[in-house]
Design a protein around this ligand. Structure first.
Ligand code: AGP
Length: 598
Protein backbone atom coordinates (compact mmCIF):
# COMPACT_ATOMS: atom_id res chain seq x y z
CA UNK A 1 0.00 0.00 0.00
CA UNK A 2 1.10 3.62 -0.38
CA UNK A 3 0.43 6.84 1.47
CA UNK A 4 -1.34 9.84 -0.05
CA UNK A 5 -1.75 13.35 1.37
CA UNK A 6 -3.01 16.64 -0.09
CA UNK A 7 -3.60 20.16 1.23
CA UNK A 8 -5.36 23.29 0.08
CA UNK A 9 -5.55 26.37 2.31
CA UNK A 10 -3.68 29.34 3.62
CA UNK A 11 -0.49 27.73 4.95
CA UNK A 12 2.66 26.79 3.02
CA UNK A 13 1.87 23.35 1.69
CA UNK A 14 5.34 21.72 1.63
CA UNK A 15 5.88 21.35 5.41
CA UNK A 16 2.32 20.03 5.85
CA UNK A 17 2.81 17.44 3.12
CA UNK A 18 6.19 16.37 4.47
CA UNK A 19 4.89 15.98 8.03
CA UNK A 20 1.92 14.01 6.77
CA UNK A 21 4.11 11.70 4.69
CA UNK A 22 6.22 10.92 7.75
CA UNK A 23 3.08 9.83 9.56
CA UNK A 24 2.21 7.58 6.65
CA UNK A 25 5.67 6.05 6.33
CA UNK A 26 4.38 2.79 7.84
CA UNK A 27 2.35 2.37 4.64
CA UNK A 28 5.38 2.35 2.41
CA UNK A 29 8.75 3.97 2.27
CA UNK A 30 10.70 3.06 -0.83
CA UNK A 31 10.30 6.51 -2.43
CA UNK A 32 8.35 9.74 -1.86
CA UNK A 33 7.40 12.92 -3.67
CA UNK A 34 5.39 16.15 -3.65
CA UNK A 35 3.68 18.28 -6.31
CA UNK A 36 2.92 21.95 -5.53
CA UNK A 37 0.85 24.34 -7.61
CA UNK A 38 2.21 27.86 -7.63
CA UNK A 39 1.91 30.73 -10.11
CA UNK A 40 0.16 28.62 -12.71
CA UNK A 41 2.89 25.93 -12.57
CA UNK A 42 3.24 22.40 -11.17
CA UNK A 43 6.50 21.88 -9.28
CA UNK A 44 7.28 18.19 -8.66
CA UNK A 45 10.06 17.00 -6.34
CA UNK A 46 10.59 13.33 -5.61
CA UNK A 47 13.27 11.02 -4.29
CA UNK A 48 13.97 7.31 -3.99
CA UNK A 49 14.38 5.98 -0.46
CA UNK A 50 13.03 7.18 2.86
CA UNK A 51 11.08 10.39 3.28
CA UNK A 52 14.16 11.97 4.84
CA UNK A 53 15.69 12.02 1.33
CA UNK A 54 12.75 14.08 0.08
CA UNK A 55 13.07 16.33 3.13
CA UNK A 56 16.73 17.02 2.31
CA UNK A 57 15.78 17.85 -1.27
CA UNK A 58 13.10 20.28 -0.08
CA UNK A 59 15.65 22.01 2.13
CA UNK A 60 17.73 22.70 -0.98
CA UNK A 61 14.85 23.49 -3.30
CA UNK A 62 12.23 25.48 -1.41
CA UNK A 63 8.81 25.30 -3.05
CA UNK A 64 6.15 27.84 -2.13
CA UNK A 65 2.44 27.48 -2.68
CA UNK A 66 -0.68 26.62 -0.67
CA UNK A 67 -1.96 23.74 -2.80
CA UNK A 68 -0.26 20.39 -3.24
CA UNK A 69 -0.26 16.60 -3.00
CA UNK A 70 2.30 14.12 -1.68
CA UNK A 71 2.93 10.37 -1.80
CA UNK A 72 5.05 7.73 -0.09
CA UNK A 73 5.36 4.57 -2.18
CA UNK A 74 5.16 0.83 -1.59
CA UNK A 75 6.17 -0.35 -5.04
CA UNK A 76 3.89 -2.67 -6.97
CA UNK A 77 4.73 -2.01 -10.62
CA UNK A 78 8.22 -0.70 -11.30
CA UNK A 79 11.13 -0.92 -8.87
CA UNK A 80 11.66 1.82 -6.29
CA UNK A 81 13.36 4.76 -8.00
CA UNK A 82 13.01 8.52 -8.28
CA UNK A 83 11.54 8.08 -11.76
CA UNK A 84 8.87 5.68 -10.50
CA UNK A 85 8.08 7.77 -7.43
CA UNK A 86 4.78 9.68 -7.32
CA UNK A 87 3.39 12.24 -8.09
CA UNK A 88 3.20 11.43 -11.78
CA UNK A 89 2.39 14.15 -14.35
CA UNK A 90 0.85 14.08 -17.78
CA UNK A 91 3.13 14.85 -20.73
CA UNK A 92 2.28 18.56 -20.58
CA UNK A 93 3.29 18.68 -16.90
CA UNK A 94 0.02 20.51 -16.10
CA UNK A 95 -1.72 17.69 -14.21
CA UNK A 96 -0.17 15.82 -11.24
CA UNK A 97 -1.58 12.65 -9.67
CA UNK A 98 -0.82 10.49 -6.62
CA UNK A 99 -2.22 6.95 -6.63
CA UNK A 100 -2.63 4.15 -4.12
CA UNK A 101 -3.75 0.84 -5.65
CA UNK A 102 -3.23 -1.13 -8.85
CA UNK A 103 -4.48 -0.23 -12.36
CA UNK A 104 -4.97 -3.71 -13.78
CA UNK A 105 -5.40 -2.64 -17.43
CA UNK A 106 -2.53 -0.15 -17.48
CA UNK A 107 -0.57 -1.81 -20.29
CA UNK A 108 -3.56 -1.63 -22.63
CA UNK A 109 -4.22 2.01 -21.67
CA UNK A 110 -0.52 2.83 -22.08
CA UNK A 111 -0.50 1.38 -25.59
CA UNK A 112 -3.60 3.40 -26.55
CA UNK A 113 -2.09 6.62 -25.16
CA UNK A 114 1.23 6.00 -26.90
CA UNK A 115 -0.66 5.76 -30.17
CA UNK A 116 -1.90 9.28 -29.39
CA UNK A 117 1.75 10.36 -28.96
CA UNK A 118 1.75 10.32 -25.17
CA UNK A 119 5.21 9.45 -23.86
CA UNK A 120 5.91 7.77 -20.51
CA UNK A 121 8.84 8.30 -18.17
CA UNK A 122 8.25 5.52 -15.61
CA UNK A 123 7.51 1.79 -15.48
CA UNK A 124 4.54 2.36 -13.18
CA UNK A 125 0.89 1.59 -13.78
CA UNK A 126 -0.01 4.93 -12.14
CA UNK A 127 1.47 7.14 -14.86
CA UNK A 128 -1.40 6.30 -17.24
CA UNK A 129 -3.81 8.20 -14.98
CA UNK A 130 -2.64 11.84 -15.50
CA UNK A 131 -2.21 11.19 -19.22
CA UNK A 132 -5.70 9.74 -19.51
CA UNK A 133 -7.14 12.77 -17.70
CA UNK A 134 -5.13 15.02 -19.98
CA UNK A 135 -6.48 13.21 -23.03
CA UNK A 136 -10.07 14.01 -21.95
CA UNK A 137 -9.34 17.51 -20.61
CA UNK A 138 -11.33 20.20 -22.41
CA UNK A 139 -11.22 22.87 -19.72
CA UNK A 140 -13.09 20.96 -16.98
CA UNK A 141 -10.87 18.80 -14.76
CA UNK A 142 -13.74 17.01 -13.01
CA UNK A 143 -15.35 16.04 -16.30
CA UNK A 144 -12.03 14.81 -17.69
CA UNK A 145 -11.50 12.74 -14.55
CA UNK A 146 -14.92 11.13 -14.85
CA UNK A 147 -14.18 10.24 -18.47
CA UNK A 148 -10.81 8.78 -17.49
CA UNK A 149 -12.33 6.69 -14.70
CA UNK A 150 -14.61 4.96 -17.16
CA UNK A 151 -11.44 3.47 -18.70
CA UNK A 152 -9.62 2.57 -15.47
CA UNK A 153 -9.88 -0.99 -14.13
CA UNK A 154 -8.49 -1.94 -10.72
CA UNK A 155 -8.18 -0.35 -7.30
CA UNK A 156 -7.31 3.28 -6.82
CA UNK A 157 -7.37 6.16 -4.41
CA UNK A 158 -6.34 9.30 -6.27
CA UNK A 159 -5.31 12.85 -5.45
CA UNK A 160 -5.22 15.17 -8.48
CA UNK A 161 -4.13 18.80 -8.94
CA UNK A 162 -3.80 20.89 -12.09
CA UNK A 163 -2.04 24.15 -12.92
CA UNK A 164 -5.07 25.07 -15.04
CA UNK A 165 -7.48 24.86 -12.10
CA UNK A 166 -5.26 25.91 -9.18
CA UNK A 167 -8.04 26.31 -6.63
CA UNK A 168 -8.98 22.68 -6.06
CA UNK A 169 -7.88 19.13 -5.36
CA UNK A 170 -9.84 16.26 -6.88
CA UNK A 171 -9.97 13.02 -4.93
CA UNK A 172 -11.41 9.63 -5.82
CA UNK A 173 -11.87 6.44 -3.86
CA UNK A 174 -12.23 3.14 -5.66
CA UNK A 175 -11.32 0.20 -3.35
CA UNK A 176 -8.36 2.00 -1.77
CA UNK A 177 -9.04 4.11 1.33
CA UNK A 178 -9.12 7.91 1.21
CA UNK A 179 -10.29 10.46 3.75
CA UNK A 180 -10.97 14.20 3.65
CA UNK A 181 -9.87 16.34 6.59
CA UNK A 182 -11.96 19.45 7.25
CA UNK A 183 -10.20 22.55 8.56
CA UNK A 184 -11.02 26.26 8.83
CA UNK A 185 -10.17 27.86 5.49
CA UNK A 186 -8.18 24.76 4.63
CA UNK A 187 -8.89 21.15 3.75
CA UNK A 188 -6.90 17.93 3.43
CA UNK A 189 -6.96 14.53 1.75
CA UNK A 190 -5.09 11.50 3.10
CA UNK A 191 -4.89 7.73 2.87
CA UNK A 192 -5.22 7.48 6.61
CA UNK A 193 -6.00 9.57 9.67
CA UNK A 194 -2.47 9.95 11.11
CA UNK A 195 -1.40 12.21 8.24
CA UNK A 196 -3.80 15.00 9.17
CA UNK A 197 -4.72 14.40 12.82
CA UNK A 198 -2.39 17.21 13.90
CA UNK A 199 -4.54 19.68 11.95
CA UNK A 200 -8.09 18.43 12.35
CA UNK A 201 -10.17 15.69 13.94
CA UNK A 202 -13.11 16.30 11.57
CA UNK A 203 -12.96 13.80 8.75
CA UNK A 204 -15.07 12.42 5.95
CA UNK A 205 -14.34 8.79 5.07
CA UNK A 206 -14.84 8.85 1.32
CA UNK A 207 -17.01 5.91 0.35
CA UNK A 208 -16.23 3.59 -2.49
CA UNK A 209 -16.74 5.02 -5.99
CA UNK A 210 -17.10 8.59 -4.78
CA UNK A 211 -15.41 11.67 -6.19
CA UNK A 212 -14.66 14.80 -4.15
CA UNK A 213 -13.84 18.34 -5.30
CA UNK A 214 -11.98 19.98 -2.43
CA UNK A 215 -11.49 23.76 -2.23
CA UNK A 216 -10.16 25.60 0.79
CA UNK A 217 -13.63 26.60 1.97
CA UNK A 218 -15.78 23.94 0.38
CA UNK A 219 -15.99 20.18 -0.26
CA UNK A 220 -18.40 18.71 -2.82
CA UNK A 221 -18.85 14.95 -2.99
CA UNK A 222 -20.68 12.98 -5.66
CA UNK A 223 -20.95 9.46 -6.92
CA UNK A 224 -19.34 8.42 -10.17
CA UNK A 225 -22.52 9.25 -12.06
CA UNK A 226 -22.28 12.83 -10.77
CA UNK A 227 -25.12 12.65 -8.23
CA UNK A 228 -24.41 14.87 -5.21
CA UNK A 229 -23.80 13.09 -1.90
CA UNK A 230 -24.17 14.63 1.56
CA UNK A 231 -21.31 13.06 3.49
CA UNK A 232 -21.21 11.97 7.12
CA UNK A 233 -18.66 13.99 9.09
CA UNK A 234 -16.84 11.95 11.73
CA UNK A 235 -14.69 13.10 14.61
CA UNK A 236 -11.52 11.08 15.24
CA UNK A 237 -11.37 9.94 18.87
CA UNK A 238 -7.81 8.59 19.12
CA UNK A 239 -4.25 9.95 19.17
CA UNK A 240 -1.90 10.22 16.22
CA UNK A 241 0.27 7.41 17.57
CA UNK A 242 -2.74 5.10 17.94
CA UNK A 243 -4.02 6.17 14.52
CA UNK A 244 -0.96 4.86 12.67
CA UNK A 245 -1.79 1.54 14.23
CA UNK A 246 -5.36 1.68 13.00
CA UNK A 247 -6.59 1.83 16.56
CA UNK A 248 -4.56 -1.22 17.64
CA UNK A 249 -2.35 -1.00 20.75
CA UNK A 250 0.78 -1.62 18.66
CA UNK A 251 1.89 -2.55 15.18
CA UNK A 252 2.43 -6.19 16.13
CA UNK A 253 -1.21 -6.72 17.11
CA UNK A 254 -2.35 -4.84 14.00
CA UNK A 255 -0.16 -7.06 11.83
CA UNK A 256 -1.37 -10.25 13.55
CA UNK A 257 -4.93 -9.18 12.76
CA UNK A 258 -4.04 -8.32 9.14
CA UNK A 259 -3.17 -11.96 8.39
CA UNK A 260 -6.59 -13.06 7.10
CA UNK A 261 -6.62 -10.14 4.67
CA UNK A 262 -3.04 -10.86 3.59
CA UNK A 263 -3.58 -14.56 2.87
CA UNK A 264 -6.75 -13.69 0.95
CA UNK A 265 -4.86 -11.11 -1.09
CA UNK A 266 -2.13 -13.60 -1.98
CA UNK A 267 -4.73 -16.08 -3.18
CA UNK A 268 -6.43 -13.38 -5.25
CA UNK A 269 -3.19 -12.00 -6.70
CA UNK A 270 -1.49 -15.36 -7.37
CA UNK A 271 -0.20 -15.89 -10.87
CA UNK A 272 2.09 -18.74 -11.93
CA UNK A 273 5.72 -17.67 -11.55
CA UNK A 274 7.03 -16.23 -14.80
CA UNK A 275 10.57 -15.44 -15.74
CA UNK A 276 13.51 -17.34 -17.14
CA UNK A 277 13.15 -20.50 -15.08
CA UNK A 278 11.89 -23.68 -16.69
CA UNK A 279 10.47 -25.33 -13.58
CA UNK A 280 9.95 -28.63 -15.40
CA UNK A 281 13.74 -29.22 -15.25
CA UNK A 282 13.99 -28.72 -11.49
CA UNK A 283 15.24 -31.89 -9.78
CA UNK A 284 15.94 -30.56 -6.29
CA UNK A 285 15.37 -27.47 -4.17
CA UNK A 286 17.51 -25.67 -1.60
CA UNK A 287 15.81 -23.09 0.60
CA UNK A 288 17.92 -20.44 2.34
CA UNK A 289 16.61 -17.99 4.94
CA UNK A 290 17.06 -16.68 8.48
CA UNK A 291 14.93 -16.57 11.61
CA UNK A 292 11.22 -16.69 11.03
CA UNK A 293 11.75 -16.93 7.28
CA UNK A 294 13.87 -20.05 7.94
CA UNK A 295 10.94 -21.58 9.81
CA UNK A 296 8.74 -20.84 6.82
CA UNK A 297 11.32 -22.63 4.71
CA UNK A 298 11.12 -25.68 6.97
CA UNK A 299 7.35 -25.81 6.48
CA UNK A 300 8.09 -25.42 2.78
CA UNK A 301 10.25 -28.54 2.86
CA UNK A 302 7.42 -30.69 4.20
CA UNK A 303 4.93 -29.21 1.75
CA UNK A 304 7.14 -29.28 -1.35
CA UNK A 305 8.39 -32.84 -0.75
CA UNK A 306 4.86 -34.01 0.00
CA UNK A 307 3.32 -32.45 -3.12
CA UNK A 308 6.15 -32.15 -5.66
CA UNK A 309 8.05 -35.34 -4.71
CA UNK A 310 11.56 -33.88 -5.21
CA UNK A 311 14.23 -33.52 -2.48
CA UNK A 312 14.24 -30.23 -0.58
CA UNK A 313 17.00 -29.01 1.71
CA UNK A 314 16.58 -26.04 4.04
CA UNK A 315 19.67 -24.15 5.17
CA UNK A 316 20.21 -21.39 7.65
CA UNK A 317 21.50 -18.72 5.28
CA UNK A 318 24.21 -17.80 7.80
CA UNK A 319 25.61 -21.35 7.59
CA UNK A 320 24.98 -22.08 3.93
CA UNK A 321 27.97 -20.49 2.31
CA UNK A 322 30.43 -21.71 4.92
CA UNK A 323 29.59 -25.37 4.44
CA UNK A 324 30.85 -25.51 0.86
CA UNK A 325 27.41 -26.54 -0.40
CA UNK A 326 27.10 -29.04 -3.24
CA UNK A 327 24.68 -27.54 -5.73
CA UNK A 328 23.86 -29.92 -8.55
CA UNK A 329 22.57 -29.00 -11.98
CA UNK A 330 18.81 -28.31 -12.12
CA UNK A 331 18.74 -27.09 -8.52
CA UNK A 332 16.25 -24.36 -7.64
CA UNK A 333 17.31 -22.01 -4.87
CA UNK A 334 14.40 -20.46 -2.94
CA UNK A 335 15.43 -17.47 -0.83
CA UNK A 336 12.82 -16.33 1.69
CA UNK A 337 13.03 -12.90 3.26
CA UNK A 338 10.52 -10.32 4.47
CA UNK A 339 12.88 -7.38 4.02
CA UNK A 340 14.92 -8.66 1.08
CA UNK A 341 17.94 -7.00 2.73
CA UNK A 342 19.11 -9.62 5.26
CA UNK A 343 22.85 -9.77 4.78
CA UNK A 344 23.15 -13.51 5.52
CA UNK A 345 20.43 -14.38 3.04
CA UNK A 346 21.94 -12.15 0.35
CA UNK A 347 25.35 -13.73 0.96
CA UNK A 348 23.85 -17.22 0.65
CA UNK A 349 22.10 -16.27 -2.57
CA UNK A 350 25.30 -14.88 -4.08
CA UNK A 351 27.13 -18.09 -3.13
CA UNK A 352 24.41 -20.20 -4.72
CA UNK A 353 24.43 -18.17 -7.90
CA UNK A 354 28.11 -19.00 -8.45
CA UNK A 355 26.80 -22.48 -9.29
CA UNK A 356 24.47 -21.06 -11.93
CA UNK A 357 21.50 -22.35 -9.94
CA UNK A 358 18.21 -20.64 -10.70
CA UNK A 359 16.96 -18.36 -7.94
CA UNK A 360 13.39 -17.60 -6.90
CA UNK A 361 12.80 -15.22 -4.03
CA UNK A 362 9.78 -15.05 -1.74
CA UNK A 363 9.97 -11.49 -0.52
CA UNK A 364 7.79 -8.73 0.86
CA UNK A 365 9.67 -5.69 -0.42
CA UNK A 366 9.58 -5.12 -4.18
CA UNK A 367 12.79 -3.62 -5.43
CA UNK A 368 14.82 -4.85 -2.46
CA UNK A 369 18.30 -6.23 -3.08
CA UNK A 370 17.02 -9.81 -2.98
CA UNK A 371 14.29 -9.25 -5.56
CA UNK A 372 16.74 -7.50 -7.84
CA UNK A 373 19.17 -10.43 -7.67
CA UNK A 374 16.52 -13.10 -8.26
CA UNK A 375 15.52 -14.70 -11.56
CA UNK A 376 11.92 -14.69 -10.33
CA UNK A 377 10.37 -12.96 -7.31
CA UNK A 378 7.14 -14.04 -5.64
CA UNK A 379 5.75 -10.98 -3.86
CA UNK A 380 4.10 -11.84 -0.51
CA UNK A 381 1.75 -8.83 -0.64
CA UNK A 382 1.83 -8.44 3.17
CA UNK A 383 2.31 -4.67 3.02
CA UNK A 384 4.88 -2.99 5.27
CA UNK A 385 5.63 -5.11 8.34
CA UNK A 386 6.69 -2.56 10.94
CA UNK A 387 6.90 -4.65 14.10
CA UNK A 388 10.27 -6.32 14.56
CA UNK A 389 8.66 -9.66 15.34
CA UNK A 390 7.53 -11.10 12.04
CA UNK A 391 3.93 -12.34 11.96
CA UNK A 392 1.92 -11.50 8.82
CA UNK A 393 5.04 -11.88 6.68
CA UNK A 394 5.43 -15.44 8.02
CA UNK A 395 1.96 -16.61 7.10
CA UNK A 396 2.33 -14.76 3.79
CA UNK A 397 5.52 -16.73 3.13
CA UNK A 398 3.69 -19.95 4.01
CA UNK A 399 0.76 -19.20 1.72
CA UNK A 400 3.16 -18.37 -1.11
CA UNK A 401 5.05 -21.63 -0.53
CA UNK A 402 1.81 -23.61 -0.63
CA UNK A 403 0.81 -22.02 -3.93
CA UNK A 404 4.29 -22.55 -5.38
CA UNK A 405 4.16 -26.22 -4.32
CA UNK A 406 0.75 -26.69 -5.93
CA UNK A 407 2.03 -25.02 -9.10
CA UNK A 408 5.08 -27.30 -9.26
CA UNK A 409 3.00 -30.38 -8.37
CA UNK A 410 0.65 -29.59 -11.23
CA UNK A 411 3.58 -29.02 -13.59
CA UNK A 412 5.05 -32.40 -12.62
CA UNK A 413 1.59 -33.97 -12.84
CA UNK A 414 1.74 -35.19 -9.26
CA UNK A 415 -1.71 -33.79 -8.55
CA UNK A 416 -4.81 -34.34 -10.63
CA UNK A 417 -7.42 -31.67 -11.17
CA UNK A 418 -9.65 -32.80 -8.28
CA UNK A 419 -6.75 -32.94 -5.82
CA UNK A 420 -5.64 -29.47 -6.93
CA UNK A 421 -9.18 -28.13 -6.56
CA UNK A 422 -9.50 -29.65 -3.09
CA UNK A 423 -6.20 -28.11 -2.01
CA UNK A 424 -7.13 -24.64 -3.28
CA UNK A 425 -10.50 -24.96 -1.57
CA UNK A 426 -8.71 -25.69 1.73
CA UNK A 427 -6.50 -22.62 1.29
CA UNK A 428 -9.53 -20.46 0.53
CA UNK A 429 -10.94 -21.35 3.97
CA UNK A 430 -7.80 -20.24 5.81
CA UNK A 431 -8.69 -16.55 6.20
CA UNK A 432 -12.04 -17.27 7.84
CA UNK A 433 -10.44 -19.91 10.06
CA UNK A 434 -7.71 -17.47 11.14
CA UNK A 435 -10.41 -14.93 12.04
CA UNK A 436 -12.10 -17.51 14.29
CA UNK A 437 -8.82 -18.03 16.15
CA UNK A 438 -8.22 -14.29 16.46
CA UNK A 439 -11.66 -14.05 18.09
CA UNK A 440 -10.29 -16.21 20.92
CA UNK A 441 -7.68 -13.58 21.79
CA UNK A 442 -9.16 -12.95 25.27
CA UNK A 443 -8.81 -16.63 26.17
CA UNK A 444 -5.24 -16.67 24.89
CA UNK A 445 -4.52 -13.55 26.94
CA UNK A 446 -5.90 -15.36 30.03
CA UNK A 447 -3.58 -18.32 29.35
CA UNK A 448 -0.66 -15.94 28.89
CA UNK A 449 -1.38 -14.26 32.22
CA UNK A 450 -1.58 -17.66 33.94
CA UNK A 451 1.84 -18.73 32.58
CA UNK A 452 3.61 -15.40 32.87
CA UNK A 453 5.87 -16.47 35.69
CA UNK A 454 7.30 -19.60 34.11
CA UNK A 455 11.07 -19.39 33.82
CA UNK A 456 11.25 -21.44 30.62
CA UNK A 457 8.99 -22.77 27.89
CA UNK A 458 9.16 -25.78 25.60
CA UNK A 459 7.32 -25.83 22.29
CA UNK A 460 6.62 -29.24 20.77
CA UNK A 461 5.34 -30.11 17.31
CA UNK A 462 5.59 -32.92 14.79
CA UNK A 463 5.65 -33.20 11.03
CA UNK A 464 4.61 -30.08 9.17
CA UNK A 465 3.97 -28.38 12.54
CA UNK A 466 7.46 -28.99 13.91
CA UNK A 467 8.67 -25.69 12.33
CA UNK A 468 5.83 -23.87 14.09
CA UNK A 469 7.20 -25.18 17.40
CA UNK A 470 10.44 -23.39 16.51
CA UNK A 471 8.54 -20.27 15.40
CA UNK A 472 6.42 -20.18 18.55
CA UNK A 473 9.54 -20.41 20.69
CA UNK A 474 11.25 -17.67 18.69
CA UNK A 475 8.25 -15.35 19.09
CA UNK A 476 8.21 -15.86 22.86
CA UNK A 477 11.93 -15.40 23.43
CA UNK A 478 12.38 -12.40 21.12
CA UNK A 479 9.43 -10.57 22.70
CA UNK A 480 9.43 -11.57 26.39
CA UNK A 481 13.11 -12.58 26.81
CA UNK A 482 11.97 -15.85 28.48
CA UNK A 483 14.15 -18.84 27.43
CA UNK A 484 12.07 -20.93 25.05
CA UNK A 485 13.02 -23.90 22.93
CA UNK A 486 11.19 -25.47 20.03
CA UNK A 487 11.61 -29.21 19.56
CA UNK A 488 10.45 -31.99 17.32
CA UNK A 489 8.25 -33.75 19.86
CA UNK A 490 9.67 -37.15 18.96
CA UNK A 491 13.07 -35.87 20.06
CA UNK A 492 12.00 -35.33 23.69
CA UNK A 493 12.82 -38.89 24.79
CA UNK A 494 16.38 -38.43 23.50
CA UNK A 495 17.34 -36.01 26.25
CA UNK A 496 15.23 -32.86 26.47
CA UNK A 497 12.59 -34.66 28.60
CA UNK A 498 15.07 -34.25 31.45
CA UNK A 499 14.09 -30.58 31.41
CA UNK A 500 10.46 -31.23 32.36
CA UNK A 501 9.22 -30.42 35.82
CA UNK A 502 6.54 -28.24 37.41
CA UNK A 503 8.47 -25.10 36.52
CA UNK A 504 8.31 -25.76 32.78
CA UNK A 505 5.46 -24.67 30.53
CA UNK A 506 5.05 -26.93 27.50
CA UNK A 507 3.17 -25.72 24.43
CA UNK A 508 2.05 -28.69 22.32
CA UNK A 509 0.76 -28.40 18.76
CA UNK A 510 -1.70 -31.29 18.76
CA UNK A 511 -4.17 -30.59 15.97
CA UNK A 512 -5.89 -33.45 14.14
CA UNK A 513 -3.25 -35.09 11.97
CA UNK A 514 -1.59 -38.45 11.32
CA UNK A 515 0.74 -37.69 14.25
CA UNK A 516 -1.97 -36.64 16.75
CA UNK A 517 -1.74 -39.85 18.79
CA UNK A 518 2.02 -39.45 19.06
CA UNK A 519 1.53 -35.86 20.25
CA UNK A 520 -0.96 -37.09 22.85
CA UNK A 521 1.70 -39.46 24.17
CA UNK A 522 4.13 -36.55 24.44
CA UNK A 523 1.49 -34.63 26.39
CA UNK A 524 1.01 -37.54 28.76
CA UNK A 525 4.79 -37.87 29.23
CA UNK A 526 4.91 -34.17 30.09
CA UNK A 527 1.99 -34.43 32.51
CA UNK A 528 3.62 -37.42 34.21
CA UNK A 529 6.54 -35.13 35.06
CA UNK A 530 4.31 -32.27 36.26
CA UNK A 531 4.93 -30.15 33.17
CA UNK A 532 2.31 -27.42 32.66
CA UNK A 533 0.74 -28.14 29.26
CA UNK A 534 -0.82 -25.65 26.87
CA UNK A 535 -2.26 -27.48 23.87
CA UNK A 536 -3.39 -26.37 20.44
CA UNK A 537 -6.01 -28.79 19.18
CA UNK A 538 -8.73 -29.09 16.56
CA UNK A 539 -12.27 -27.92 17.27
CA UNK A 540 -14.41 -30.89 18.32
CA UNK A 541 -11.61 -32.84 19.99
CA UNK A 542 -13.27 -33.66 23.31
CA UNK A 543 -10.68 -36.26 24.28
CA UNK A 544 -7.81 -33.82 24.84
CA UNK A 545 -9.83 -31.89 27.43
CA UNK A 546 -9.61 -34.88 29.76
CA UNK A 547 -5.83 -34.49 29.78
CA UNK A 548 -5.17 -30.77 29.31
CA UNK A 549 -6.88 -27.85 31.03
CA UNK A 550 -5.57 -25.10 28.78
CA UNK A 551 -6.53 -25.92 25.18
CA UNK A 552 -6.71 -23.41 22.31
CA UNK A 553 -8.90 -24.84 19.58
CA UNK A 554 -8.43 -24.16 15.87
CA UNK A 555 -10.99 -24.89 13.13
CA UNK A 556 -10.72 -28.15 11.18
CA UNK A 557 -8.28 -27.99 8.29
CA UNK A 558 -6.40 -30.41 6.05
CA UNK A 559 -3.32 -31.26 8.23
CA UNK A 560 -0.83 -30.24 5.54
CA UNK A 561 -2.17 -26.67 5.63
CA UNK A 562 -2.55 -26.46 9.41
CA UNK A 563 0.63 -24.37 10.04
CA UNK A 564 -1.32 -21.40 8.64
CA UNK A 565 -3.62 -21.75 11.65
CA UNK A 566 -1.55 -23.25 14.47
CA UNK A 567 0.88 -20.31 14.36
CA UNK A 568 -1.81 -17.74 15.22
CA UNK A 569 -2.24 -18.83 18.89
CA UNK A 570 1.56 -18.95 19.23
CA UNK A 571 1.87 -15.37 17.99
CA UNK A 572 -0.87 -14.15 20.34
CA UNK A 573 0.54 -16.09 23.31
CA UNK A 574 3.97 -14.51 22.85
CA UNK A 575 2.40 -11.09 22.27
CA UNK A 576 0.32 -11.16 25.46
CA UNK A 577 3.11 -12.58 27.64
CA UNK A 578 5.38 -9.73 26.50
CA UNK A 579 2.64 -7.09 26.93
CA UNK A 580 1.76 -8.37 30.40
CA UNK A 581 5.43 -8.20 31.32
CA UNK A 582 5.36 -4.56 30.22
CA UNK A 583 7.72 -4.83 27.25
CA UNK A 584 7.64 -2.84 23.99
CA UNK A 585 6.49 -5.54 21.61
CA UNK A 586 7.22 -3.45 18.51
CA UNK A 587 10.83 -2.76 19.44
CA UNK A 588 12.24 -5.71 21.48
CA UNK A 589 15.66 -5.14 23.02
CA UNK A 590 18.79 -5.94 20.98
CA UNK A 591 16.79 -6.57 17.77
CA UNK A 592 16.41 -4.77 14.43
CA UNK A 593 13.70 -5.25 11.85
CA UNK A 594 16.15 -6.03 9.11
CA UNK A 595 19.58 -7.45 9.93
CA UNK A 596 21.66 -5.96 7.16
CA UNK A 597 24.97 -6.99 8.75
CA UNK A 598 26.45 -10.49 8.93
C1 AGP B 1 11.49 -12.79 13.33
O1 AGP B 1 10.44 -12.39 14.17
C2 AGP B 1 12.70 -11.87 13.42
N1 AGP B 1 12.33 -10.52 13.23
C3 AGP B 1 13.86 -12.33 12.56
O2 AGP B 1 14.14 -13.68 12.89
C4 AGP B 1 13.64 -12.28 11.03
O3 AGP B 1 12.69 -13.24 10.66
C5 AGP B 1 14.98 -12.58 10.35
O4 AGP B 1 15.90 -11.59 10.71
C6 AGP B 1 14.86 -12.64 8.83
O5 AGP B 1 14.46 -11.40 8.33
P1 AGP B 1 14.01 -11.30 6.80
O6 AGP B 1 12.78 -12.15 6.67
O7 AGP B 1 13.75 -9.85 6.56
O8 AGP B 1 15.12 -11.83 5.94
Amino acid sequence: MCGIIGYIGKQRVAPIILEGLKRLEYRGYDSAGIAVINKNKVSVLKRKGRIANLENLLKKRQVSGELGIGHTRWATHGAPSTKNAHPHCDCSGRIAVVHNGIIENYQELKRELEKDDYRFKSQTDSEVIPNLISKFYKGNLEKALREAMKKLKGSYALGIVSADEPEKILAVRNDSPLIIGLGKGENFIASDVPAILKHTKKVIYLQNRQLAVIEKDNVDISDLEGNKVSPKIDSVSYSIEAAQKGGFRDFMLKEIYEQPAVVSKILSQWVSPEGNIDFRDIEQIIIVACGTAFHAGLVGKYVLESLVRIPVWVDLASEFRYRKPIIKKNTLIIAISQSGETADTLAAVREAKKSKAKLISICNVLGSSLTRESDVNLDTYAGPEVSVASTKAYTAQLMTLYLLALYLAKLKQNLNKDELKKAISSLQKVAAAQKKILDKNKDIKRIARKHLHFGAFLYLGRGVNFPNALEGALKLKELSYIPAEGYAAGEMKHGPIALIDEYRAIVCIANDSPVYDKMLSNIQEGLARKGKIIAIATQGNEQIKSYVKEVIFIPKIEPLFSPLLTVIPLQLLAYYVACLKGYDVDKPRNLAKSVTVE
